[in-house]
Ligand binder design. Sequence first.
Ligand SMILES: NC(=O)c1ccc[n+]([C@@H]2O[C@H](COP(=O)([O-])OP(=O)(O)OC[C@H]3O[C@@H](n4cnc5c(N)ncnc54)[C@H](O)[C@@H]3O)[C@@H](O)[C@H]2O)c1
Length: 290
Amino acid sequence: MLARRGGVNSESFYISLPSVFAVNICVIGCGAIGTTIARAVEPMPEINIVYLTDRSKECATRLQEKMTKVRYVPDIVPILNDIKLVVEAASQDAARYYVPLALSAGVDVLIMSVGIFQDEEFQKDAFRLAKRKSAKIYMPSGAIGGIDALGAASLEQIDEVTLTTTKPPSAFGPNPYLESKGIVASELRERTELFYGTAREAVKHFPQNINVAATISLAGIGFEKTRIRIMCDPQVQTNEHHLKAKGKFGELDVVTRNVPSPRNPKTSYLAALSAISAIKKITGTTWVGV
Ligand SMILES: NC(=O)c1ccc[n+]([C@@H]2O[C@H](COP(=O)([O-])OP(=O)(O)OC[C@H]3O[C@@H](n4cnc5c(N)ncnc54)[C@H](O)[C@@H]3O)[C@@H](O)[C@H]2O)c1
């Protein structure tokens, strides 16, 4: 917002003030997604202050030094009354702690670690709490296209939803499930199936790789009926998600080939962009594809 400083109608006589309509938000996590969000909201007039917390104080304060709107906070409890939205961009552990904390204070949450909702108890409690406190839980489409169509299609009968995700070996870090199968992703020389089963099992075994399985389950036919195949392919450079659905609406067949984030190869750049797009919708006035 611009305020008049003097009587001359020239831009140089205006000073910048925070807009009365602008809001404060809090981002949990200053990794690949959190950093991209902090940079993107810098020029957004809808956002005043971005409070930022991370279990690594060093990472958060480094980002604060580079950004004008970012304020590091070691604890979000004192600022809960001052914010409109908590953006979780950290981990399932962080979601488990911060989501109920924010909802209890009536603050809306945007969750990137959507896989946390494969825990039925947590899901029920969080959804109930949101209702009781009139707060909202937002789950961005993340690294996959087609969530909007799947959500609309799910209002009628859906017969099947399958997702085939293909990632390069660098996307798979140490993983107890793979170890139990004797698979070392970095040693694979050809396209190999790592997992086939329900979305619930997929999210349990690959908590950092397959949040989109949770998102399509929640948009479509649930964690038990949604089938997931996870492939590792040393020849690919992208994180590919191939979503197929069939039902009364017709057929959906969507392929998303994602560029991995340079900061974290497990995370697709599109996931960070989807969070920013969601923040713009939540704090803005126009919503295309609602
Ligand atoms: N929904 C999607 O489509 C999608 C896509 C990609 C990633 N993700 C998820 O989003 C989350 C963030 O991804 P990223 O690539 O930015 O991760 P990242 O590893 O690059 O960064 C995570 C940051 O969060 C911090 N952190 C982790 N746990 C914390 C806790 N309990 N308290 C405070 N800080 C904590 C870490 O120190 C780190 O700085 C992950 O859970 C990831 O699985 C979701």
